[in-house]
Structure formats: C-alpha cells, structure tokens
Design a protein around this ligand. Sequence first.
Ligand code: PMP
Length: 453
Amino acid sequence: QGTIAGICSNRIDALARQEKERFAAARPRTRAALDTGADHFLDGVPMHWMRDWPMPFPMLVAEARGARLTDIDGHVIDDFCLGDTGSMFGHSPEPVAQAIRTQADIGLTYMLPTEAALRAASLLTETFGDFRWQIATTASDANRFALRIARAVTAKAKVIVFHGCYHGAVDDSMVELHQGQTRTRPGLAGQVTDLAGLAIACEFNDLNSVESALQTGEVAAILTEPVMTNSCMVLPEPGFLDGLRALATQYGALLIIDETHTLSSGLGGYTGVHGLDPDIFVVGKCVAGGMPTAVWGLRPAVAKAWRTYDDTRPGGHSGMGTTLSANPMQFACLAATLSQVMTAEAYAHMETGAERLASGLADSIARHGAPWHVVRVGARVEFICAPGPLKNGTEAATAHKPELEAAIHTALLNRGCLIAPFHNMMLVSPVTSNEQIDRLIAAFDDILTELLA
Ligand code: PMP
C-alpha cells in the first residue's frame, strides 16, 4: 500500500468508507426525501456540480442563520463553506433581509433603475475606487462582459489567463497549459471551438511567460485573480501583480482583476488592501449579501474608449445583457450590503477569526508532522495536503489530493463542520464565533489523528 500526502492509502480508504456510512446512517429523512423527489432533476440534482460533493448524497438544508446550517434531519452544522463565498458575510444578514422584505412589496424587476441604484453606484465607487459600474447577475457574466469591452477597445483577440484558474462559466478562460502549449480543457462538455484561438494560458508568478504571450501582439486583456483561489491556493510572489500591471500597460492590454473570491482580503478587496490598479474590476457572489449580483467597473479611461467604440459600432446586440440584471432587488441588497454589512468592523472580525483558524490548523499539522500547509487571504483559509508555498497552477494541481480531501470533507461534516467542496477552503464570516472555529480545529485534529494512527 502506498501513501498519499504522507497518509497510508488504506487509512484513507477506511476513513472514506466509515464516514460515508456514518453520513448516510444519520440522514434517513434526507435519503427518503431524495428517493421521492430527486428524479425530476437531471441526474438527480438541480445543478450538475452538486453531484461532485464528496458525501454519498447531498445534504438537504432546512434553514441557515448566521454561520450555521440545519439540515432536514436536524443536524446543526457550523458553516465554513458559506455558499462558497455567496454568503461570506453570513446567511441573510439582517440589513439585506430587511431590504428584501421592503423591496418585495414594491416590485421585483422593472428594466429601469431606482434611487437605490444611484446610491449603490456611489457606494461601489466609495468601496472599490473610481470605476464606471455595470451590474450583472453572476460573476461569470461580469467576466464575459468585461472581456467583450477589452476586445472592443483594444481591437485584439486574446486573453491571458493562468493555468489552473477559474473565472466562472467563461469559455475564454477554459484553457490550460499542456506540454507548454495552450489547449482547450479536455473536460469541457460539448465544446466545438478550439479555445486556444481566444486565450493564452500562462503560469501564475511567471512574468516571463506573460511577456512572451503579450509579445504576440494579440492580447486584449490579462484576466486574473490576485491570488489563485480556485486551485489549491497560490499567493502572488512579491512584484508579480505590479509586474502584470506594468506589462499590460507596456503592451496595450487591459488588466482585469477578478475579486470574486479575494473580496475576503478586506475592505475594497485585495485591490483596496494592496493598492492594485486594474483597468477593469470584477466582483460577484457576496457583493449584495447573497442576492445573485455581480458588478464590473471600468476605469474612466477605459470607459471613455468604450464610449468612442460604442458610438461608431453598427447598431444591434452588443453581446452584453440579461433581462433580469440590474433589477431593483439587486440594488436594494447591494446598497444594504455596501453600507451596513461589508464594514471595516465586519472585516476586522473575519480577519481575527481566520487567523485563529489558520494558526490552529497549522499547529495541528505541525504536531502531527504531516507534510501539509495552510494559506490564508483575509477571511479565506485553506489547508493544502502538500508542502508549500505553491508557486503556480501546475504545482497546485499536483498538491490537490481528491480522494484524501473527499474523505476529510465528509469526516468534517460528520463532526459538524461544512467546508467548501472541490478543495479545502474555509471562510470566516462576521458572525462566525471563536467556538465554531475551535470546533473546526478540533475536528480537523481528530481526523488527522485517525489518519495517522
Ligand atoms: N470568478 C471567480 C474567481 C470565481 O471563483 C468564480 C466562481 N467560483 C466566478 C468568477 C464565477 O462566479 P459565478 O459562479 O457566481 O458566476
């Protein structure tokens, strides 16, 4: 028997088996409900990726409050997944819930703005900086539209993305490096175009690879997260993000910073905290407290270039849209979140809690002598079942240990802690308590003890 990440494979198999059985045995109501209702969905789930949770069947949530979920079998779970960032500020923050109740009485969608829209726009500028804003419903949409603008104003075709990135269901970003070449990710369903015609994959933290791509003269934009959060977490090395900014300027490409996850960094996102200077700023998920909303903003110079372009393009569809976007419910929730939820005090609590979590997990790893490490970006913490720090997407892919991680996730859930699926990400909200954090650390430690026994 071999080992994975310093753990005997047979121990991982035993833990996985035991925890799956335990999960299922504790959820008779969930099992019965799924048996009667799930078949109406394609593959039994409302979104196909819900099959990728590691549990033998999905948990059915009865309710969520603060940083806690209750499932229909009555299990109360400390929630560190927080809708994988959609609920990073806690479930149904009261100002947002109140805004929803008020708006619910006066209409849900108009195709016209409101006074709250104007308030939200000025709050966006106050929070994130001098951008000209647009509203979308998902960060995927926001990134797609940002890319259209970048191509329109630069008259160039390609986007640089980083190997191992994720920016949502955005075709252009679904490429990878394979033997040094950009290729379409092989897992894409129903893919008919070669995405290497639209994008160039580079390695994160490698300015030389970015400069080579820019030298083709074909690059409209660099689309990146400031920290790679969608593989095992990779931090930018000193000078990397400044280098991207300088190279983008030098070669006439736009720098699009996708803050959808790194909004965990603090007020104004990673951009605000670290003084980045993107041409286009994108953020979604929790920006309106959990109401489906994303925002994307252009620097005034880019907005001006777009105006010139737009004035001369032939009429007709722009390729940017979606009818239900920029609806009054989104604005009510945006204004409530930006003014009352996404506050310096909230971030201070998140930061302190996340530091407590990260150091607790790191101590446990050190005590057990596991060859693992912990990374943190503000309120976002991840344990990685490999030594660190990781430098790029290739190293992150190697560090990812799906079977081991799946067993740990289910084991954590059976000990009352939910973390984000697919990798080992945990979020600390403004309402997450030290007791919850300590329970997660203890559960993690207990599992490591079992794995290494
Ligand atoms: N950008 C980043 C960095 C993301 O992590 C994600 C989703 N995980 C998205 C964009 C897309 O968000 P959504 O699924 O809400 O469209």
